[in-house]
Write a protein that binds this ligand. Structure first.
Ligand code: UGA
Length: 457
């Protein structure tokens, strides 16, 4: 079987998934990270992030001797394969957070390039997997200043919560390089997956990642705007999206209205592409409207809660107790980065509401009570996230609440004992920003359910 020696620098959800999955495809993989404690945990098979199947895959590949962990990028590229030689392909899977003015912050990538440039063996291919501005492959090549090392862009399209599945079942593989031979070497790593492969130049590959995420964001802003229109004209968004989704050019996926899109990728990438467009002197109005629609969506949810609780569009939320169900940016993850739920919580607090939150991913690990998700802190009266006190059971969120607000689409919310929830609430109102719950179930439990763009029965 064709195998390569691969180094992966960065063990976040992209790096760790890439490393474990490439190992499962038969390659010899060494992952490097600057966080010594994390490397220690990974060596013991402890995976910090909530990602279905990842921890099992890591353990399996470590036991099979195809996957190992070292501290630092330098060790990964040179010392990681003691008996076999240096890494042939080096993946950079590093954070590229939103810097000042929405510009991607490339300091982590630059630091690793600086650290490893003299260690790379001749003929190594450096692969950028992080989402980076167009031109970064060229810039990386300049920083490396090594004519014998090629730089390839190979953007990832993994979703948090299904990263392993997405890696092993990709819709496509994109590899961009100005040297065809290097691009083909990287594409060959994935040959066993049998996915359509787009070989292109580096700039097109880099732009493709932004183009995909911004298109998805645009699709969601469109759906959220359409849901609002549905409310105004008495139509139902579920039926509308169902109907348009059968058109294969549109597709059924990514058509659920919600509290706005968030997470570590879509907000960052939409702003970054706007910067790319500005720098290229292109007024990307459609993208700007996509972002503005999303920002407005949060206020729209607050207005909905206000109307639901007070019966008036201008009613006051001061000292109104609200239970928030779901705080992560989507279900299936404990990630709170750029979560629309937290943005809405901040607006509700500004309006004077008294909040309490429940999220199944934030209740703590019964096997390890000290382990908390990043973003959860110890507050004056227990754990909290961005000032929202956390409770460990949905019924506690309902206790004395004038409304419950469903912000994340956790399937478990569907099967809560809604009659019991209604029994402890001050006012039996549920604002369901994900259209997750069955309106008839809520009605039977004595609750008034208010969704987005739903026909009022
Ligand atoms: C996104 C892309 O989907 C991945 O293809 C990409 O690889 C990844 O960014 C990345 O750039 O790394 P992710 O951030 O994990 O993945 O989240 P999504 O599943 O795309 O969800 C984004 C947001 O849209 C969430 O807030 C989610 O709740 C919301 N959403 C999604 C909806 O409101 N409705 C939908 O129908 C789908």
């Amino acid at each position: 079987m064709f195998t390569r020696r691969v180094a992966v620098v960065g063990t976040g959800y992209v790096g760790l998934t890439t490393g474990a999955c490439l190992a499962s495809l038969g390659h010899q993989v060494v992952c490097g990270d600057i966080d010594t404690a994390k490397v220690e945990r990974l060596r013991r098979g402890v995976v910090d992030i909530v990602e279905p199947g990842l921890s099992e895959l890591v353990t399996e590949q470590v036991s099979a001797g195809r996957l190992s962990f070292v501290v630092g990028a330098a060790a990964a590229v040179s010392a990681g394969f003691p008996d076999e030689g240096d890494a042939e392909i080096v993946f950079l899977c590093l954070p590229t957070p939103m810097g000042v003015g929405g510009v991607a912050d490339l300091r982590a990538v630059e630091a690793v390039v600086e650290e490893t440039r003299e260690l790379l063996a001749a003929g190594t291919v450096v692969v950028n997997k992080s989402t980076v501005p167009v031109g970064t492959a060229g810039r990386t090549a300049e920083l490396l200043d090594r004519a014998d090392v090629a730089v390839v862009s190979n953007p990832e399209f993994l979703r948090e919560g299904s990263a392993v599945h997405d890696f092993l079942n990709p819709d496509r593989i994109v590899v961009g390089c100005d040297t065809a031979e290097a691009a083909e070497r990287v594409a060959a790593l994935y040959a066993r997956l049998g996915a359509p492969t787009v070989l292109t130049d580096a700039a097109s590959a880099e732009l493709m990642k932004y183009a995909a995420n911004c298109f998805l964001a645009m699709k969601l802003s469109y759906v959220n705007a359409m849901a609002e229109l549905c409310e105004r004209v008495g139509a139902d968004i579920g039926d509308v999206t169902d109907g348009i989704g059968y058109d294969r050019r549109i597709g059924q996926a990514f058509l659920s209205p919600g509290p706005g899109w968030g997470g570590s990728c879509l907000p960052k990438d939409t702003h970054a592409l706007l910067q790319v467009a500005d720098a290229a002197d292109f007024e990307f109005r459609l993208l700007r409207a996509t972002i503005d629609t999303n920002t407005r969506q949060r206020q729209r949810i607050v207005d909905k809660v206000r109307a639901a609780v007070t019966g008036r569009r201008t009613g006051s939320l001061a000292r109104v107790r609200l239970g928030l169900l779901g705080l992560t940016f989507k279900a299936g993850t404990d990630d709170l980065r750029d979560s629309p739920a937290l943005a809405i919580a901040a607006l509700l607090r500004q309006a004077g509401a008294d909040l309490v939150g429940y999220d199944p991913a934030l209740v703590g690990d019964p096997g390890d009570p000290d382990k908390v998700a990043p973003g959860v802190v110890e507050g004056p009266v227990g754990r909290e996230v961005e000032g929202v006190p956390l409770v460990s059971d949905p019924i506690e969120a309902a206790q004395g609440a004038e409304a419950l607000v469903v912000l994340t689409e956790w399937p478990v919310f569907r099967t809560l004992d809604w009659a019991a929830m209604a029994g402890v609430m001050k006012q039996p109102v549920v604002v369901d920003t994900r259209n997750l719950l069955d309106p008839a179930t809520l009605r039977r439990a004595g609750l008034t359910g208010i969704g987005l763009g739903r026909r009022v029965a």
